[in-house]
Each structure stands twice: as C-alpha cells, then as structure tokens.
Design a protein around this ligand. Structure first.
Ligand code: UP5
Ligand code: MG
Length: 190
C-alpha cells in the first residue's frame, strides 16, 4: 500500500444481515468510503475480466473466491480513492483471507462491526431482495450460511480474542439497527 495511511473497519455478518444497507447509512453520516468485496467481485464479472467466469461460478456456489483476487480489488480501490477511511464489507471471509490481507497490505482494522442475526430472518430478507443476484436462491443461500458458520465466524472469533469486535443486534428494523451503530461511530470522533 506504500505510504498511504488508512483507517479500516471490517463490517462482517451473515448473508442478508444488512451489511450493505447500514454501510450506506454510515457513509452518509461519518464520511467513510464503502468497499463491498462482493460488489467489487460482481463488478469484475461484469467488466469481462479473465477471472470473471471463475468468480461467477464461485459466487453461484457460495464459495470464497481466492484471496489474491479479492485483495487485489480492495487494494486498488483503496489506492484509487482520495479518502483515508474505509468500511470493508463482507471481507475477510476466512482465516486465510484475513492473514493474507494483513500480510499484503499491512492494514489492521480499527475494529470489526459484527452484524448478529438469526438465519430464518436472513433467509427471508434474501428471498425477498429480488435484485437478480445469482446467489439469492434457496439452494445457494443454504450453502452461503454453511460457509459463513464454518469459515467466516472463526474470523470474528479471532478478532473477539483481540477485543476488537463491536456486535450489533441486526435482527431489528433498519432504523433501530442504525441507532445502535451511531453510538459506536459517534464515539470515534471524540
Ligand atoms: N434488510 C437489510 N437490513 C434489514 C433489516 N434490519 N430489517 C429488514 N430488512 C433488512 O440486506 C439484504 C436485504 O435485507 C435487502 O433487501 C435489505 O433491504 C434488507 P443487505 O444490506 O444487502 O445485506 P448484506 O449483509 O449486505 O447481504 P449480502 O447478501 O450482500 O451478504 P453476503 O455476505 O452474502 O454477500 P456478499 O456480496 O458480501 O458476497 C457474495 C458472495 O461473493 C459470497 O457468497 C462469496 O461467494 C463472494 N465473496 C468472496 O468470495 N469473497 C469476498 O471477500 C466477498 C464475497
Ligand atoms: Mg452486501
């Protein structure tokens, strides 16, 4: 990353827990730039990149794309942006992602914002979303939940052991979730 000094918050939580929705709110109020790893990967597919087919197949199966691909996209997005405060949404998704990102970029997160929500609610939200995502069907959703529990929760536990996790009850309505998030971000400025 060269000399660029950045503040990074990892925004983690299960599929449909509301990461993207609340990142948009945080951007509006606290001047962060939102980088969704999933959005960057979907843009990479659309751009017709040589990795596009591989990425598309992995997303359809709910699998985690190789770290080097995702890290490269995140690194480029950080460097191309004039801001120095970033919300990284939906990454790292496994311990290997986490270790590789720290090794390659030298960035350690300020904290981890963790969206806690039960599966039935997340499933309901994803099935209702209707934005044409190839992974919003019940078969893929079940796979995403399994990968989340087996591979992504250990990342949260790692940061928990470092005292870096701020947990949010994400099962509440959108405005109430944001009220809880405000408490966390407002105390950052002081
Ligand atoms: N909604 C939101 N909040 C609500 C609330 N409080 N009450 C009621 N409804 C609420 O929200 C989902 C839906 O719920 C929306 O319709 C919203 O209005 C409503 P959203 O904010 O989009 O939730 P989010 O947590 O962002 O859900 P998303 O589906 O994006 O989460 P995923 O983590 O599954 O998806 P992501 O895009 O991060 O990754 C997709 C795939 O890409 C992965 O499965 C993987 O294959 C791949 N990937 C990688 O391989 N590596 C990466 O690093 C990242 C992704
Ligand atoms: Mg999202």
């Amino acid at each position: 990353l060269g000399d660029k000094k950045v503040t990074v918050v990892f925004v983690l939580g299960g599929p449909g827990s509301g990461k993207g929705t609340q990142c948009a709110n945080i951007v509006e109020h606290y001047g962060f730039t939102h980088l969704s790893a999933g959005d960057l990967l979907r843009a990479e597919i659309k751009s017709g990149s040589e990795n596009g087919t591989m990425i598309q197949n992995m997303i359809k199966e709910g699998k985690i794309v190789p770290s080097e691909v995702t890290i490269k996209l995140l690194q480029t997005a950080i460097l191309e942006n004039g801001n120095d405060k970033f919300l990284i949404d939906g990454f790292p998704r496994n311990e290997e992602n986490r270790a590789a990102f720290e090794r390659v970029t030298g960035i350690v997160p300020e904290f981890v914002l963790f969206f806690d929500c039960y599966e039935e609610e997340m499933e309901r939200r994803l099935l209702e979303r209707n934005q044409g995502r190839v992974d919003d069907n019940i078969e893929t959703i079940k796979k995403r939940f399994k990968v989340f529990v087996e591979s992504s929760l250990p990342v949260v536990e790692h940061y928990e052991s470092l005292g870096k996790v701020k947990r949010i009850d994400a099962a509440k309505p959108i405005p109430e979730v944001f009220e809880d998030i405000k408490v966390i971000f407002s105390s950052l400025d002081s």
